[in-house]
Ligand binder design. Structure first.
Ligand code: NAP
Length: 281
């Protein structure tokens, strides 16, 4: 039986620390959350983030634009937020509706307020190891590993998925921790050949039951980043949890694993953006 990596509990601890630091420092962090269009999943994520802010003592301001508002209106909104001294973090909820250039929009956010760490300047800093902000999901995964005393140094970490927001930065952060890293993707031939070699396996694809028990080395640490809906409408990951859990040493549940960690790191990034802004005044 694997030990469950309890992201919900650790996220609660991180948010409590963030709240305590904000109170002690007497600062007033502000996070702008920009949402465009009516994507129901985006609405749920934005509401969660606003709730987290309230728990931590972070002022959240929502900017809701209709899908028809257009890219120029969105860019003008971001430019105004960049100029506001009382807004320390800006996030634009993804995905944007069709017709918006996500890269252009992300590049419009000031790198100092880019608490998602998606701006090319922050991506470059992640690659060089000289971080301003850590990307929320991959940093949440590392925080979980650290909390449970799992050291990636010298281990073979296999990351399945190569998106800009999860797979690539995850691989880079693990590399900075001296892991040997393999990245797999949709064109990888014989995925199981690689996943079976993983001491630490990170699944970040978005396909229910992609990772089956025969694809996992006994004793491996299994991190399931994905958030899928199964046929019954229940949240599930990429990993066939009932079959994999008995052979893994550690495993994240879905829900309650990586998801809450992502949100907790966002709160920490917003606090850090506020502290950074104060230090340059
Ligand atoms: P994405 O942009 O769609 O990327 C998915 C990646 O999976 C791509 O690199 C794709 O390869 C790869 N892939 C697709 N089919 C594959 C296959 N059969 N075998 C191997 N690789 C395959 O998704 P994302 O934004 O990274 O998100 C991934 C999952 O994580 C989703 O379920 C998402 O909801 C979840 N997520 C969770 C959190 C959290 O906080 N827990 C945060 C972000 C995302 P190609 O590059 O070749 O297309």
């Amino acid at each position: 039986m694997a030990t469950l990596l309890d992201g919900a509990a650790l996220a609660g601890e991180i948010k409590a620390q963030v709240a305590a630091e904000i109170k002690k420092a007497g600062i007033n962090p502000g996070l702008a959350v920009v949402i465009v269009g009516e994507n129901p999943a985006s609405r749920i994520y934005v509401d969660y983030k606003k709730k987290d802010c309230a728990e931590c003592g972070i002022r959240s301001e929502e900017f809701a634009l209709s899908a028809e508002a257009g890219e120029d209106a969105l860019l003008a909104c971001i430019a105004a937020l960049n100029r506001r001294a009382d807004i320390h973090g800006i996030l634009v909820q993804q995905p944007l509706p069709a017709g918006y250039d996500e890269r252009k929009v992300l590049q419009a956010i000031s790198p100092d307020k880019d608490v998602d760490a998606f701006h090319p300047v922050n991506v470059g800093r992640i690659v060089s190891g000289d971080y301003a902000f850590l990307p929320c999901t991959p940093a949440g995964v590392l925080a979980l590993l650290d909390h449970y005393g799992i050291n990636p140094k010298g281990r073979h970490c296999v990351v399945v998925g190569r998106s800009d927001i999860v797979g690539k930065p995850q691989a880079m952060l693990l590399l900075h921790r001296d892991a040997t890293v393999t990245i797999c993707h949709s064109k990888t031939l014989d995925l199981g050949h690689f996943t079976r070699q993983a001491d630490i396996l990170v699944a970040a694809v978005g396909k229910e039951n992609l990772i089956t028990a025969d694809m996992v080395k006994p004793g491996a640490v299994v991190i399931d980043v994905a958030m899928n809906k199964n046929a019954a409408g229940k949240l599930c990951g990429d990993v066939d949890f009932p079959a994999v859990e008995p052979i893994a040493s550690y495993i994240t549940p879905v829900p309650g694993g990586v998801g809450p960690m992502t949100r907790a790191i966002l709160m920490r990034n917003t606090l850090e953006a506020t502290q950074n802004a104060a230090s340059v005044l």
